[in-house]
Design a protein around this ligand. Structure first.
Ligand code: NAP
Length: 244
């Protein structure tokens, strides 16, 4: 049987780990990307193999175009007849601050990771999908990018920009059987939300709890499947009813 490949950026922890495990369960050989935390990447690889799946870790900084193209270019050289048919742009960071206090680094690093990361990875890999006339691109955005969140102008701007890119790219590639969608999680239990007072926020979430990474991964898995062939340019909220 032919191997099929999926790349999950930021696949080593949190939501990305849950997505990597799901895609491996669907039969994909998963490229589990991470930036620096090798131990977490190794842990994800271990879980996938324990579950009978296949994967490898792949280290690059999505915000660094040279790094992305060197590492993915090398992968392509080693796998000349293959292509990556599913790309999950999940890597993201938050550096919250009120705009008046925001530093250039807080602004730039957040946009570099989510927005430049989307651009660097997707532009490089979409050529393969266009040639093969099949592909799935799923961008992990956020409630912040849909409705805006105080203290997150950088993060909201980055995620809203990726929503715009999702809709535009969906139109560009639709006739080649490539779908481009986004998922917008609300509050999900990961390292990213560890510093948030859950009790305070639970009061405003209709489901009265934070979501689990697996609940995001389940929606991503559907969008990545063949069955989602007529869904494109969509943003699916996964937020326990917080904003729909
Ligand atoms: P997380 O637990 O902090 O994990 C972040 C992942 O992204 C890690 O694998 C990390 O790798 C990787 N990463 C960060 N910067 C990177 C870069 N420049 N290049 C490559 N990989 C990079 O985050 P999460 O909560 O799972 O969030 C995943 C995505 O969901 C993000 O886009 C986030 O904005 C979005 N989201 C999260 C929530 C939430 O409540 N958690 C809500 C809405 C949206 P290392 O470990 O090597 O640093």
């Amino acid at each position: 049987m032919d191997r099929k490949y999926a790349l999950v950026t930021g696949g080593s922890r949190g939501i990305g780990r849950a997505i990597s495990i799901q895609l491996a369960g669907m039969g994909y050989f998963v490229l589990v990307n991470y930036r620096s935390n090798e131990m977490e990447a190794d842990q994800t690889v271990k879980i996938i193999y324990e579950n009978g799946g296949e994967c490898e870790k792949i280290k690059f900084n999505v915000g660094n175009q040279v790094d992305v193209e060197n590492v993915l270019g090398e992968w392509m050289l080693q796998n000349k007849t293959e292509y990556i048919e599913v790309v999950i742009n999940n890597a993201g960071i938050k550096k919250d601050n009120l705009l008046m206090w925001m530093t250039n680094d807080e602004w730039k690093s957040v946009l570099d990771t989510s927005l430049e990361g989307f651009y660097n990875v997707t532009r490089f890999l979409i050529k393969g999908m266009l040639v093969k006339r099949y592909g799935r691109i799923i961008n992990v955005v956020s409630l912040s990018g849909v409705k805006g969140m105080a203290g997150q102008t950088n993060y909201s701007a980055a995620k809203a920009a990726v929503i715009g890119a999702t809709k535009a790219l969906a139109l560009e590639v639709a006739k080649r059987k490539i779908t481009v969608n986004a998922v917008a999680p609300g509050f999900i239990q990961t390292d990213m939300t560890m510093d948030i007072d859950a009790n305070q926020y639970k009061k405003i979430i209709p489901m009265e709890r934070f979501g689990l990474p697996e609940e995001v991964a389940a929606v991503v898995a559907f969008l990545a499947s063949k069955e989602a062939s007529y869904v494109t340019g969509e943003v699916i909220n996964i937020n326990g009813g917080l904003y729909t």
